[in-house]
Design a protein around this ligand. Structure first.
Ligand code: PGA
Length: 257
């Protein structure tokens, strides 16, 4: 029996009013679905989190964040800490998204510190890894992803790793409409699983969800979620429309049963 995590990454979209509207629709669509083996999460911008948590109350829908600062508090103007997110009712946070690596210069070491800060507050980090198109063309995709995994997970022991989610997001597939083929996704997910087993142990690696992200949509979700090492999706564009997001959730529900 498979379990899935279907996570929406709203990126810099939807302020509190629009967030409330979307959450109400998603919540309604989840009614009556068998979510025993499917976890559904949305990650709004920080300013919409409180509204999202309010609208999702007493439903199966979880709310996450898209980033966090590695320190718990202090003179870091404009930043948000893991204890603050926990206080808001957040369960997960994305760290190391390629857009943060690219536009905000986040390194594996910083991403690892952010993941540790989340774990210390009882939150689940979703650590993103993935190669650029040039790296793939050069045949370096496995080396790149191995380096990212080792760097991000260096300070996380086997016990803590059981609360970590990995998201494989090939940079060339994010927001481009171009998706990894199921074979490309499965090959990389199996490679990531083997790397996690080498870092920790096979049982720990088996228990760590590995999500696929990069233009996942209703019409390709089925073949991607059918891959044995794909444990869910991190969905950008298609998570901004209730119907599209719910269709992906329903695909996971039918594959989990
Ligand atoms: P996309 O984004 O689904 O719009 O490609 C995925 C992501 O960046 O998390």
């Amino acid at each position: 029996m498979r379990s899935y995590l279907i996570a929406g990454n709203w990126k810099m979209n939807l302020g509190p009013s629009a967030a409330g509207t979307l959450i109400r629709s998603v919540r309604q669509g989840l009614d009556g679905l068998n979510l025993e083996r499917v976890t559904v999460l949305v990650c709004p911008p920080f300013v919409s989190i409180a509204e999202a948590v309010f609208e999702a109350e007493d439903s199966a829908l979880l709310v996450g964040a898209q980033n966090v600062h590695e320190k718990a508090e202090g003179a870091y103007t404009g930043e948000i800490s893991a204890p603050m997110l926990a206080d808001c009712g957040v369960s997960h946070a994305i760290v190391g998204h390629s857009e943060r690596r690219q536009y905000f210069g986040e390194t594996d070491a910083v991403i690892g510190s952010k993941a540790q800060a989340l774990l210390a507050s009882g939150l689940t980090p979703i650590i993103c890894v993935g190669e650029t198109i040039d790296e793939r063309r050069a045949g370096r995709e496995q080396d790149v992803v191995r380096t990212q995994l080792q760097g991000c997970l260096a300070g996380i022991d086997a016990e803590a790793a059981q609360n970590v989610v990995i998201a494989y997001e090939p940079v060339w597939a994010i927001g481009t409409g171009e998706t990894a083929t199921p074979q490309q996704a499965q090959d990389m997910h199996a490679f990531i699983r083997a790397e996690l087993a080498a870092l920790y142990s096979q049982p720990v690696a088996t228990g760590m969800p590995i999500l696929y992200g990069g233009s996942m949509k209703p019409d390709n979700a089925e073949e991607l979620l059918a891959c044995p090492d794909v444990d869910g999706g991190l969905i950008g564009g298609a998570s901004l429309k209730a119907d599209a997001f719910l269709n992906i959730v329903k695909t996971a529900v039918s594959q989990a049963s």
